[in-house]
Design a protein around this ligand. Structure first.
Ligand SMILES: NC(=O)c1ccc[n+]([C@@H]2O[C@H](COP(=O)([O-])OP(=O)(O)OC[C@H]3O[C@@H](n4cnc5c(N)ncnc54)[C@H](OP(=O)(O)O)[C@@H]3O)[C@@H](O)[C@H]2O)c1
Length: 301
């Protein structure tokens, strides 16, 4: 399964998987776009039928519903958490949570946790979480959803990606020996909806970087000039490279090879704070409660 798989890097990842014989299901918000994607995937698929599931991954309720649907379909061999977004202005989700943190970290966190049983059943299986070089500019403070100080979209995006990377590498350790391998993949950069829509204004970076905006913008333009198909290579390597069989907890860099984890992503305090915050904001018990409620309904006379 590939989240945000109807456009950008996710679509190219899904196409690569379909061509390699995976029966890929993609997730996106727009059913029309989903139907067109299924046609594109069917055209390159070498085995298995592609599918589409609609979900807005900015909503924790929709993440829970998606996980329940997928769990009902049986074992899962591959989960690519590709969804990610940068917000030019501070935005809240339907759950009242700051959107960068919700979409880039909480949503993939919750989906992965809710599908762990299915991934164990599908083992040897892999989880691939898509990260970003933007973690390098992140503030490492995770006691609360929002860091103190002003909102700067690029930095808050990087901070949410850092939370997710810290979670990813810790999850790999917790699942070691379970048959589920966990990788992070950094696409480098590509011209996509996300980069076209958000990297245009100095408002997305902090005031010191704004002073250097012409330089910063040129760096953004250079690093996001390539095609999404090239940026999908790290995710595809993390998902399929046989050289990674039996390995886990690795970061696959923009050149599709293993690179050292980014600064701060293995810091024990960061990991502990991210886990505590994630469990508070997206409690797993809520899903169990909902499932018990559904049982009650389906068992009613
Ligand atoms: N592009 C880069 O330079 C770059 C660099 C580093 C890391 N990354 C990371 O790579 C991943 C893919 O990035 P991208 O640039 O390909 O992004 P993108 O162009 O914005 O991705 C578009 C896809 O995301 C889906 N999507 C967006 N919001 C969604 C939501 N709330 N729920 C469900 N689906 C949603 C879209 O479908 P609908 O609109 O139909 O929902 C579409 O399938 C992200 O994790 C991003 O952070 C990208």
């Amino acid at each position: 399964m590939v989240t945000a798989g109807t456009g950008g890097i996710g679509l190219e990842t899904a196409k690569g998987l379909a061509a390699r014989g995976y029966a890929v299901t993609v997730v996106g918000r727009d059913p029309g776009r989903g139907a067109r994607t299924v046609e594109q995937l069917a055209a390159v698929a070498t085995a298995g039928r592609p599918g589409f599931l609609a979900a807005d991954l900015a909503s924790l309720g929709e993440v829970r519903a998606l996980a329940a649907r997928l769990a009902a379909e049986g074992p899962l061999a591959l989960l690519v958490n590709n969804v990610g977004a940068m917000f030019a202005r501070r935005t809240s989700t339907v759950d009242g949570i700051e959107a960068s943190f919700a979409v880039n970290h909480l949503s993939p966190y919750l989906l992965t946790e809710l599908l762990l049983d299915r991934l164990r059943a599908g083992g040897p299986s892999r989880v691939v979480n898509v990260t970003s070089g933007a973690v390098g500019l992140a503030r490492r403070t995770f006691r609360e959803v929002e860091p103190p100080g002003g909102y700067y979209g690029f930095h808050w995006y990087g901070r949410a990606k850092l939370a997710n990377l810290a979670y990813t590498l810790d999850l790999a350790e917790r699942l070691r020996g379970s048959g589920v391998s966990v990788f992070a993949a950094d696409p480098g950069g590509a011209a996509t909806e996300m980069t076209n829509g958000t990297l245009a204004s100095p408002a997305i970076v902090s005031p010191p970087l704004r002073l250097l905006w012409p330089l910063v913008r040129r760096k953004f333009e250079r690093s996001t000039a390539g095609p999404a198909s090239s940026a999908a290579r790290p995710s595809l390597a993390a998902a399929t490279d046989p050289a990674l069989d039996g390995r886990t907890g690795l970061l696959i860099g923009p050149q599709a090879g293993v690179v050292p984890p980014y600064r701060g992503s293995t810091d024990p305090q960061t990991v502990a704070d991210v886990l505590r915050l994630s469990r508070r904001l997206a409690p797993l018990e809520a899903a169990a409660e909902a499932a018990r409620g559904l049982d009650g309904i389906s068992n009613a006379p």
